[in-house]
Write a protein that binds this ligand. Structure first.
Ligand code: GCB
Length: 870
């Protein structure tokens, strides 16, 4: 299927390769068509895969976009393929390509790509996140009938390379040609940079701040004929309704086999309609080259008129008006696809962001597919785009030159997009030592001095390449940036702050920003990241830092939103992250995944998404939080919290038809009720009014009652406890693993023990129930259920939480006095972080209930979960 052009240019005709057999009577000046289908992927590195004769090489038939890491990053094995893969494809061109130039364009291949056509090496592109292309005309086989053929072979290598940024990242280094690929054909006189997402034509609007719609246009024209070419460079400006507004023609002569710059200044309109998030109005510029009255190359671009500024005290302004940048961040990957997303995936993502009410995206930590900037222009989303210089640098000119080339490619490929306001040069560059080790304070001043030198040069590259925008970089919370003078290299200082998540308290956030503002009152301060993880299967009435509950994620964002709202000097903010994303070798309740998203990895909004929507999107809405916690466990008379996010003036709540009253949502558009749920299904309904129209949300909560009051044996069957945790875990079979509790006579709970969490870097293996194992009790003496006499099945859940040698942690377990485990040594029998469970059948007699005793022989006892069934 021919894809929609996923670049900034619109061509005169879009045709599929299969149609080339019957050339159109009047060939268009420029043809662009995708070549995503019919590739052979060869997983192994080999010396001869570029040889056009080797059609026998075994491989898989695939279509682009493709990555070879869509799933292997996420299995229990800590490694994933980071090496060479090959791609091969036959191209056949019809006769109309005679006397034309033929180009290949890749929107991105990760991360080093060597491109061959018919065995000729055309070049190497380093860096996985920017597009690149080659003129393949001379490498093609030209047939006597005027047609031509070419075997394209691309070797892609995603191995760690000390000279190619990024060196270290918190997301997968997927390998492959994971974006679309194109063939572009032009006449022998053509724009250079044929694609570059702009078609090779660049423009800006120098006078728009004074209301004038001047467009300064520049390009370079190549004359690949043996004659001087007297060309006309014609630019037509159209409005969004396709009405021609202005035409401007400039003329120049380009020597045989020469390239020369061409420029034009078009006074498009006196008071053009401005582009903004509220009204993303786009004009079009159709640029063409004519030679002897014939069009030989032609490209279309979209154009938005806008101007903007940052102010250290007043924040951001667009078109002369203050505009609070309410933003988020985005990685380009998702469940099942890795980073090989389709144009439709990009569109869904950006629409979700817009619908949340955001007006800003930080594309972290790398330039994303061309379709993303196109969508940002169309939907009205303001953009920070950056190169992936992350955590530390190799202090070597080769590394720097690659980073610099990436920066130039990023800027040239995004230059025409009105959505872009900032280019970022790096992220948290002082997080690691020069050896790539996480450190708290830098003492290697020689490393820092050299790093600073490169940081200044990279920032200067941005400013030289694009004086119309601001340079920026993101820093983590460390005094080192100020101490070594890195904090004021760029024009906007980005700060990534995680107070109340990795450390500190939620209120530290405001204090930290105020301190930065006080110390550097002249600086434009942007909060480039803030966030907390939320696993939709974990919820609680008692949220705590690092518990990964969706509930704490809300608490965190509510507190941050209040503090952000109170600081109008901020240049803007961006949530980390809009979508959960890959993070190899990071544990928690879902391995290999960073769960700070507002939306899950399969694109389901979490509660926090609606917190922001209620605050940022004026469209009337009511949302009952905890849509993912629809089966809950609790005691018969315990109160349950119901939180509502709504931008309506008042909201009323009913539970099973009984009114719980009406409330006015607070400063962050939240209202809270404490209600009594009945056993079984409860219909919760929240209603507000937008004018006369009722707006309603409804949630059915299935309340599973257990009675844990002394004297009444627990009635919840089975009793499943998320041991060591404040949170309830709802598993795939809709079992509620209730929060843990200390034993009280007549009820159930643990005897002793410290609530503990698995280390962040550890993947809990061999289970789909990672949330159950993530939290555990360490050093417990026992677990007790005061249940009626009878026969019970007790299942205990364990995972060794430390990388211990066999023999380092050994304990015994007895149930009702009978030993069931003697010398249990998880490191020896199962290994580190391996999820296991053991079931024992026991008899409760004489009113003793079920009493499980843990006795340490060496090290401490441990338990992650317990289930009691009858
Ligand atoms: C950061 C990094 C980002 C991580 C994030 C986190 O500061 O810039 O790449 O994913 O923290 O979640 O820890």
């Amino acid at each position: 299927m021919t894809k929609q052009l996923a670049t900034g240019l619109l061509t005169t005709l879009l045709i599929g390769q299969s149609l080339l057999a019957q050339p159109p009577a009047q060939p268009p000046a420029r043809n662009s068509y995708s070549i995503d289908d019919g590739w052979k992927y060869i997983p192994d590195g080999m010396a001869y895969a570029q040889d056009p004769k080797r059609n026998d090489i075994a491989g898989q038939e695939i279509s682009l976009p493709h990555t070879w890491n869509a799933t292997d990053v996420f299995d229990d094995d800590r490694t994933y393929k980071r090496s060479i893969g090959w791609y091969r494809k036959e191209l056949h061109f019809g006769k109309e390509t005679a006397n034309r130039r033929i180009f290949l364009w890749f929107e991105g291949a990760s991360q080093v790509a060597d491109v061959y056509v018919n065995g000729f090496f055309l070049g190497r592109h380093k860096g996985g996140y920017t597009g690149f292309g080659f003129d393949i005309t001379d490498a093609l086989k030209h047939n006597t009938d005027g047609s031509s053929d070419g075997l394209v072979a691309v070797q892609v290598n995603n191995a760690h390379d000390p000279f190619v940024p990024p060196l270290s990242i918190g997301y997968a280094s997927y390998g492959g040609i994971y974006r679309d690929a194109w063939v572009i054909t032009t006449g022998a006189v053509h724009f250079t940079d044929v694609n570059n997402n702009s078609g090779g034509v660049y423009f800006h609007t120098p006078d728009i701040a004074s209301g004038k719609g001047t467009i300064a246009i520049r390009s370079t024209v190549a004359n690949e004929t043996g004659q001087p070419a007297a060309v006309s460079f014609i630019n037509e400006v159209y409005d969004a309704a396709d009405k021609l507004i202005r035409t401007e023609t400039t003329r120049s002569t380009i020597g045989a086999h020469q390239q020369a710059p061409v420029t034009a200044t078009v006074d498009a309109s006196d008071k053009p309609r401005l582009w903004s998030p509220a009204d993303p109005y786009l004009y079009q510029i159709k640029s063409r080259i004519e030679l002897n009255g014939r069009v030989v190359d032609e490209v279309n671009n979209k154009l938005g008129f806008r101007w903007f500024a940052f102010d250290p005290n007043k924040g951001f302004s667009l078109n002369g008006q203050n505009l609070v940048l309410h933003g988020t961040t985005r990685h380009q990957d998702m469940l099942g696809k890795g980073d090989a997303l389709s144009p439709e995936d990009h569109e869904r993502d950006l629409r979700m962001i817009k619908n949340m009410g955001a007006n800003f995206i930080r594309l972290a930590h790398y330039p994303q597919a061309p379709r993303v900037l196109q969508l940002a222009d169309e939907l009205g989303l303001i953009i920070w785009e950056e190169v992936p210089v992350v955590n530390y640098m190799t202090l070597d000119d080769e590394f720097f030159r690659t980073a610099q080339t990436m920066t130039q490619e990023m800027i040239r490929q995004g230059y025409n997009h009105p959505s872009v306001v900032m280019w970022g040069s790096m992220n948290e560059i002082l997080l690691y030592s020069k050896e790539g080790v996480r450190i708290q304070k830098h003492t290697d001043t020689a490393y820092i001095a050299a790093l600073k030198h490169y940081a200044v040069r990279l920032d200067s590259t941005i400013r030289a390449e694009d004086p119309t925008r601001y340079s920026t970089m993101a820093m983590h919370l460390s005094d080192d940036y100020a101490k070594f003078g890195l904090d004021h290299i760029s024009q906007v200082a980005g700060h990534n702050i995680y107070d109340g998540w990795y450390s500190g308290t939620l209120d530290d956030f405001g204090k930290d920003i105020d301190a930065i503002h006080r110390n550097e009152p002249w600086q434009n301060i942007f909060i480039s990241e803030y966030g907390a993880e939320g696993e939709v299967r974990l919820n609680t009435e008692k949220p705590q830092r690092l518990d990964y509950t969706e509930t704490y994620q809300r608490v965190y964002h509510e507190a941050y939103l209040r503090q952000i709202n109170a600081r109008p000097f901020l240049a803007g903010t961006s949530i980390w992250n809009e979508f959960d994303f890959s993070q190899p070798n990071i544990g928690g309740p879902q391995g290999h995944r960073n769960q700070k998203g507002m939306v899950t990895w399969d694109r389901q909004p979490k509660d926090v998404y609606y917190l922001y929507k209620a605050n940022w999107n004026p469209e009337p809405m009511v949302y009952i939080a905890s849509h993912d916690w629809t089966t809950r466990g609790g005691e018969a008379h315990a109160p349950s919290t119901i939180d509502i996010y709504s931008n309506l003036p008042q909201v009323s709540l009913t539970v099973n038809g009984v009114s719980q009253g009406t409330q006015t949502p607070d400063d962050i558009h939240k209202a809270r009720w404490s209600v009594q749920l009945a056993a079984g299904e409860n219909i919760i309904r929240a209603t507000g009014k937008s004018g006369k129209n009722p707006i309603t949300d409804e949630l059915i909560i299935n309340y599973r009652v257990y009675d844990a009051t002394p004297g009444t044996a627990a009635t919840f069957r089975p009793i499943s406890v998320n041991v060591g945790s404040n949170a309830q875990y709802l598993d795939a079979a809709a079992t509620v693993w209730i929060e843990d509790r200390a034993y009280t006579p007549g009820s159930f709970g643990h005897l002793g023990g410290n609530a503990s969490l698995f280390a962040r870097g550890e993947i809990i293996k061999s289970t789909a129930d990672q949330p159950l194992y993530y939290s555990f009790l360490d050093s417990l003496q026992g677990y007790r259920f005061d249940v009626k006499d009878g026969r019970y099945a007790v299942t205990l859940y364990f995972a060794e939480s430390k990388d211990l040698a066999p023999g380092d942690r050994v304990f015994d377990i007895a149930i009702n006095g009978q030993p069931v485990e003697q010398g249990l040594d998880l490191a020896k029998t199962d290994g580190y972080a391996m999820a296991i469970k053991k079931t024992y059948i026991v008899e409760a007699k004489g009113g003793q209930g079920v009493q499980i005793a843990f006795t340490a022989k060496k090290g401490n006892t441990l338990l992650s979960g317990i289930k009691l069934e009858q």
